[in-house]
Ligand binder design. Structure first.
Ligand SMILES: *Cc1c(COP(=O)(O)O)cnc(C)c1O
Length: 400
C-alpha cells in the first residue's frame, strides 16, 4: 500500500474508533504532528491545568494544613485503590502511590530478599530489563550478599515461561521481570511465570511501567506477590510523577521494608518512640506523600474510568498492528513481537542509522524514541494517538 493508501485507511480507522473523541481531551497544541513517546512521557490532559489551579486555590490555599486530615493522609491508598481497581486487577488495600518506581522497587525487592528463607540467595532478572531495575538489584545483591542470576533475553522478544522455569530453583529468593519489555514491547505471560516462580518457592515482583494503562493487568488473578509501576508514561501523571506499588495482602506484616519512615508507622502523628509498622499496605510508605504531584494522576485515572482498559487494549492492538503494517510495506525491520497477543503498546524498528533518523524526525515534529544502539521506538499511547498520526509520522520516517 502507498502513503496515500495508508492515510485513507487511517481516516477509516479513526472514524470507527470508539475512543477517538477522547483524544481532544489532551493538550495537542505545539509543533509536534506525530507523538510516538506517549509511552515514555504521556501528554497532559487539558483539565490537568485546571485541576492544579483548583488544588492550589482550594485544597492547599484555603483548607491549608487541615487538608492533611481531610484527605491527604489517606491519599496514597485512596489513589492506590483506585488505580488498583481500574488498571491492575488489585482488590482494595494492596496498592499505594508515592516515591519513584526506582525507590519503590528497592523497597519491595529488598523486603522480599530479606524475607526469603535460608539458602535462598539468588535474585533472578532479565539481562535486558530496564536499567534502573538491573542497577537496583545489583545494589541489593551487594548489600545482602546475594547473587544475581541473569536470564539472557532476546532484545527483539522477551523472557519466556521456559526461561524462567530454567532459572528458578531452591536457591531463588525473588524474580523481578517487566510485564512489557521497554525495548521490544514483548508482553510476558505473567500468570504462567508467576505460577512457575511460586512452584520454586520464590516470590515475583512485576514491573508494570510499560504495561499499566496499555494492557490489562490482573495482579490478584495471577497470584502476584509484588509489583511496581510508573504513572508518567501512559497514565499522564506528568514528568517525575509518583509511582505505585502493590503488595499482596498475604505479605503484609510478613515482609518488612527497609525505609521505615514515619508515614509507614502505625499512628505516625502520635510521634511515639520506636518504629511499629502500620497495618496493611501503608507499612510500605516512608515519608510525607507527594500530594501536589498526584493531582494530574487523579484526572488521568478519571479518563481511564471513562474509557475502560478493555477498549484501550483493543485500540492499542490496532495501533501497533497498523504501525507494523506500514513498517513492513516500507521494508523496515521490526524488532518487536509480530503476534499482537505477545505485544504491548509500542513497536520498535531497527535501523543502523536510528540515532540520526530520530534526530531528523524530531526536527520535523515527529517524535519517536531512540533506543541504543539501533532502535527507533514507536510508542502509541492509545488515548491520545490517532491512526492518522501513525500514518503521517511513519510516512515521514519512510520518506527520509
Ligand atoms: C520508566 C521505567 C522505570 C522508571 O523508573 P523511575 O524511578 O521512574 O526513573 C523503571 N522501570 C521500567 C521498566 C521503566 O520502563
Amino acid at each position: 500500500m502507498t502513503g496515500a493508501g495508508f492515510a485513507a485507511r487511517a481516516a477509516e480507522l479513526d472514524a470507527a474508533d470508539p475512543l477517538a473523541p477522547l483524544r481532544d481531551r489532551f493538550v495537542l497544541d505545539g509543533d509536534v504532528t506525530a507523538y510516538f513517546d506517549g509511552n515514555s512521557l504521556g501528554r497532559p490532559l487539558r483539565v490537568t491545568g485546571e485541576a492544579l489551579a483548583a488544588f492550589t486555590a482550594h485544597d492547599w490555599g484555603s483548607r491549608l494544613i487541615r487538608s492533611w486530615d481531610e484527605q491527604w493522609v489517606e491519599l496514597p491508598t485512596v489513589l492506590g485503590d483506585r488505580l488498583g481497581a481500574l488498571l491492575v486487577g488489585a482488590a482494595a488495600g494492596q496498592t499505594l502511590v508515592g516515591d519513584s518506581t526506582s525507590v519503590l522497587l528497592y523497597k519491595l525487592a529488598r523486603a522480599a530478599v530479606d524475607g526469603a528463607g535460608g539458602g535462598r540467595d539468588e535474585i533472578v532478572v532479565s539481562d535486558d530489563d530496564f536499567p534502573t531495575d538491573r542497577y537496583l538489584l545489583e545494589g541489593i545483591a551487594a548489600e545482602t550478599g546475594r547473587t544475581l542470576r541473569w536470564i539472557p533475553t532476546d532484545p527483539d522478544g522477551g523472557v519466556s515461561v521456559e526461561q524462567v522455569a530454567e532459572a528458578v530453583g531452591p536457591r531463588t529468593a525473588l524474580v523481578v521481570l517487566s510485564h512489557v519489555a521497554y525495548r521490544s514491547g514483548y508482553l510476558a505471560d505473567a500468570a504462567a511465570i508467576t505460577a512457575v516462580v511460586h512452584d520454586a518457592g520464590a516470590l515475583v515482583c512485576w514491573d508494570l511501567c510499560h504495561s499499566v494503562g496499555a494492557v490489562p493487568v490482573a495482579l490478584d488473578a495471577w497470584g502476584a506477590d509484588l509489583a511496581v509501576g510508573c504513572t508518567y508514561k501512559y497514565l499522564g501523571g506528568g514528568p517525575g510523577s509518583p509511582a505505585f506499588a502493590y503488595v499482596a495482602a498475604r505479605h503484609h506484616g510478613v515482609l518488612r521494608q527497609p525505609v521505615q519512615g514515619w508515614f509507614g508507622r502505625s499512628d505516625p502523628f502520635a510521634m511515639a518512640a520506636g518504629y511499629v509498622p502500620a497495618e496493611g499496605v501503608r507499612q510500605f510508605l516512608s515519608g510525607t506523600p507527594p500530594v501536589l504531584a498526584l493531582v494530574p494522576l487523579r484526572v488521568g485515572l478519571d479518563l481511564y474510568a471513562e474509557a475502560g482498559i478493555g477498549a484501550v487494549r483493543a485500540k492499542s492492538e490496532a495501533l501497533t498492528a497498523f504501525a507494523v503494517e506500514i513498517a513492513d510495506a516500507a521494508g523496515l525491520e521490526v524488532a518487536s513481537p509480530r503476534d499482537p497477543a505477545r505485544r504491548g503498546g509500542h513497536v520498535t524498528l531497527r535501523h543502523p542509522d536510528a540515532r540520526a533518523i530520530v534526530a531528523e524526525l524530531w526536527r520535523r515534529g515527529v517524535v519517536p524514541d531512540f533506543r541504543a544502539p539501533d532502535g527507533i521506538r514507536i510508542g502509541l499511547a492509545p488515548l491520545s494517538t490517532s491512526f492518522a498520526e501513525v500514518a503521517s509520522g511513519l510516512g515521514a520516517l519512510t520518506r527520509l
